[in-house]
Design a protein around this ligand. Structure first.
Ligand code: AMP
Ligand code: ZN
Length: 472
């Protein structure tokens, strides 16, 4: 069953054919570590994790590279505004190096809690300044740069095919209005490769370079690091949809400008998580973090399960009610898994090769769904249907659930082994009600609910990192 992926380059579903047999090179733009990731950012990382798991499930070996941006990303994706790292450091009274370390650690801990497999290579921009400078020198030698006002710019007019990914020729009229005009630029779409004299004088991280002491433009790091770790041409590059127009368009210009041949075969972009008030963002002031999700009594895996309700290319509007629904569904799902493990007489289930015919057919249908541009909502629906089908032996149903979990990443083998306690819906609702009472500082009501839960066998504890519960 061939894997089909939606390639932004061409805007169509295409059969996935790797450049090197079963070895896949995958590059995912990582976080700018100036603040906590919000759950919108995390949606993109869950989508990328599901992609990696799907590839591995289908028998590919994946080299997954992720950068960490710790310099040069301005508050506007063009060349306007301040370096986000400086803003973050000022707000928290820390150095840029301290906030980089702090937020990178927080980010990877969020990934672990969401059961996102760590990338094979994690690379920091500030560790690759030499590679970035070498890339600028290559572009300079190919007449793709100019210096103006103290900065080195990429000359988009000299790169044939600029903007193909973003279909810029079709968008030009619309987009022209949105571009800030920097009078140092020959074309408004040109972008900075190396800043020496910038609009703000207090950049904390500076490096010597042939063009003067300065620091790299944001787009440069992803071209330099993807080439270093995956080669000049590789299979898949991912990010959120906001990166199509500027960041990824400029990455293509830099990489292909330097090498003279195509860089990435498949570009995949995840749609946004939005709030009912509009786009979720750190600058919009409506960013929800995983910490807040936990404080409200949810598990990170409830959020992962919630995301599986929508295809990655569909915009998803976040609400606490919908997250509550997903938590209840996940608890019911875990309940089934635990029940099947009990009925099957052990936590393992039937190995895939020995499945009886109905379970095998159901699994094949799920593999077909994930092969269809990772249709996880459909695969999950099919898995639910199988789990409820009492005509199929419990061990077979469990075997399929555990097998598909290598793509879903819901830690079902812990559930089957009895490692994860399952909380019935009505008790989960009481915990959530107690969280809401605490949030509005109604401690009397929160205490009442704690007592009620205690009587029903659930011990609730409030810790610095949120509320935990255990069955007693
Ligand atoms: P940043 O740290 O801002 O560079 O963003 C990290 C990743 O999150 C990028 O791949 C963005 O495209 C993605 N992203 C940003 N906002 C959202 C959102 N609201 N929903 C989904 N992905 C997002
Ligand atoms: Zn990038």
């Amino acid at each position: 069953m061939a894997l089909r992926l939606h390639n932004t380059l061409g805007r169509e579903l295409q059969e996935f054919v790797p450049l090197n047999d079963k070895q896949v090179g995958l590059y995912c733009c990582g976080p700018t570590v100036y603040n906590y990731a919000h759950i919108g950012n995390l949606r993109t990382y869950v989508f990328e994790d599901v992609l990696r798991r799907t590839l591995e499930y289908l028998g590919y070996t994946v080299r997954h590279v992720m950068n960490v941006t710790d310099v040069g990303h301005l508050t506007d994706d063009g060349d306007e505004g301040e370096d986000k790292m400086i803003v973050g450091a000022r707000e928290r009274g820390m150095t840029v190096w301290q906030i980089a370390e702090h937020f990178a650690e927080a980010f990877f801990s969020d990934l672990d809690e969401l059961n996102i497999v760590r990338p094979s290579v994690i690379c920091k921009a500030t560790d690759h300044i030499d590679e970035m400078q070498q890339l600028v020198a290559k572009l300079e030698a190919r007449d793709l740069t100019y210096e103006s006002g103290g900065n080195v710019y990429f000359a988009t007019d000299n790169f044939r095919g600029y903007g193909e990914l973003a279909l810029l020729d079709r968008q030009e009229l619309k987009a022209g209005a949105r571009i800030e005009v920097d009078d140092q630029k020959k074309n408004p779409r040109d972008f900075v490769l190396w800043f020496t004299r910038s609009k703000f004088g207090h950049q904390a991280m500076l490096w010597d370079s042939p063009w003067g002491k300065g620091y790299p433009g944001w787009h440069l790091e992803c071209s330099a690091m993807s080439m270093k770790y995956l080669g000049e041409s590789f299979d898949i590059h991912c990010g959120g949809v906001d990166h199509i127009n500027v960041h990824h368009t400029n990455e293509i210009a830099q990489t292909e400008g330097a090498t003279g041949h195509p860089s990435v075969a498949y570009w995949l972009h995840g749609e946004f998580l939005i709030m009912d008030t509009g786009r979720m963002g750190k600058s919009e002031g409506n960013a929800v973090t995983l910490k807040t999700v936990k404080k409200r009594g949810f598990k990170p895996l409830d959020y992962r399960y919630y995301l599986f309700g929508a295809h990655y290319r569909t915009q998803l509007t976040f609400s606490w009610e919908a997250l509550s629904g997903a938590r209840n569904a996940r608890l019911a799902f875990n309940d089934r898994v635990a029940g099947l493990a009990k009925a099957a007489g052990g936590p393992d289930g039937t190995p895939v090769g020995e499945l009886g015919s109905p379970a095998r057919t159901a699994r094949e249908a799920m593999v077909e769904s994930i092969s269809d541009d990772m249709n996880i909502p459909k695969a999950l629906g099919q898995l639910w249907a199988l789990m409820k089908d009492d005509s199929v032996p419990a061990a077979d149903r469990l075997g399929v659930a555990l097998n598909m979990d290598s793509v879903l990443g819901l830690r079902l083998s812990d559930v089957a082994a009895g490692g994860a306690a399952v909380l019935p819906e009505d008790l989960a609702a009481l915990i959530s009600e107690r969280e809401q009472a605490r949030a509005r500082k109604d401690f009397a009501r929160a205490d009442e609910l704690r007592d009620e839960l205690r009587q029903r066998g659930v011990l609730v504890e409030d810790t610095a990192s949120g509320t935990t519960w255990k069955l007693v």
